[in-house]
Design a protein around this ligand. Structure first.
Ligand code: DAH
Length: 354
């Protein structure tokens, strides 16, 4: 066959074929058949070099014209198929009856949920939620809270010391904060009374872990400073907190305690929301409060006059109360989690179940 006849034959075959394809996959195969590396038109183009000198030009032009026509036809047909069936991306291999892949929804971590709930309750009483640094100066974590070097109260905070990337200065040691109380000082330095803040945040202690202790844990700190604040205000706020968090007519127990930065200081507990303080549940020991009837919630007290003086407040004019407790324990109680370490192991099977 001479090249004229061949070119014409290919045209008469290719164009009608392409025009009948109604599937993108078929069109793809068609493109390979005609224009692929071993495609029929590609072969035709390759044969141009062996045509007689006198005809080569004309042959080349005709073959390239055919190629352009077939390309245009393919494009036209692809557009047509797409317009007719937008889902023509689907192939015969797609089984529309298969169940869909589940979309996993994220949810809030139980600790975050508890922090939100604690903050919401204090916000409703006029407190503002603020956050502070987790890497802290010894000054704020200890000194300014009446815990100077050598003070025995330092022993109970098994401190993780940090090295200062700007160079260690032995007179200004740095640490991972062991409690949220340093924020009491920072806030008082920055603001003037009246103050009402709640400070949730991560704390660190270098200690062995067990079901109720973790070396990384969360606390919430409360601070209120105003004229004429008393222990009665502290009690009222914490009663309201207990009832909003655990419901009912929760009682609050105050027992004397000692903290260097509050005077007087107390330890607070709420009567158990599971056994209503009886310590008994279903004929046995209540598993939530371990039979004591009380749930220890926080340390608290009236802000020490020395701490007020240190930030330039006049203790004869201003008083304040403060409290600080563990978030993980409350989260454990609210979700029925027997071991707070479960909160930090990132086992989604557990975290999704509470
Ligand atoms: N920061 C103390 C701790 O971690 C708890 C505490 C006690 C906080 C008394 C206070 C307070 O605000 O007034 O053991």
């Amino acid at each position: 066959m001479d090249w004229r006849a061949e070119t014409q034959a290919l045209r008469e075959q290719a164009l009608p074929e392409i025009a009948t394809d109604d599937h993108l996959l078929a069109l793809d195969e068609r493109r390979v058949r005609w224009l692929g590396r071993n495609g029929l038109i590609t072969k035709l183009l390759r044969s141009i070099v062996s045509a007689p000198d006198a005809e080569r030009r004309e042959f080349g032009a005709a073959a390239n014209a055919l190629k352009a026509e077939v390309e245009a036809a393919l494009e036209h047909q692809i557009a047509k198929v797409k317009a007719a069936a937008p889902d023509s991306r689907l192939t015969e291999q797609d089984d529309l009856t298969l169940p869909g892949r589940p979309v996993r929804l994220g949810r809030m971590h139980p600790i975050s949920r508890t922090i939100r709930e604690i903050s919401r309750i204090f916000l409703s009483m006029g407190f503002e939620a603020v956050e502070g640094p987790e890497i802290e100066w010894d000054y704020y974590n200890f000194e300014a809270l009446n815990i100077p070097k050598g003070h025995p109260a330092r022993d109970k905070f098994n401190t993780l010391w940090a090295s200062n990337p700007l160079g260690d200065d032995p007179s200004r040691p740095m640490l991972f904060r062991t409690h949220t109380s340093p924020m009491q000082i920072r806030i008082m330095e920055q603001r003037k009374p009246p103050i009402r803040v709640i400070v949730p945040g991560r704390c660190y202690r270098f200690e062995a872990t067990d079901a109720t202790h973790e070396s990384v844990f969360f606390q919430y700190e409360g601070l209120a400073i105003d004229e004429k604040l008393s222990m009665a205000d502290l009690k009222g706020v914490l009663y309201s907190f207990a009832r909003q968090l655990f419901g009912g007519e929760r009682k609050v127990r105050f027992r004397p305690d000692y903290f260097p930065f509050t005077e007087p200081s107390a330890e607070i507990a709420f009567d158990c929301f599971v056994c209503d303080g009886s310590g008994q549940k279903d004929g046995g020991r209540c598993p939530t409060c371990w039979g004591s009837g009380w749930i220890e919630a926080a340390g608290c007290g009236m802000v020490h006059p020395d701490a007020l003086r240190r930030v330039g407040y006049d203790p004869d004019k201003y008083q304040g109360f403060a409290f600080g407790g563990g978030v993980d324990r409350l989260a454990g109680l609210l979700t029925g989690t027997p071991d707070i370490r479960l909160f930090h192991q990132n086992d989604l099977r557990y975290l999704e179940s509470v």
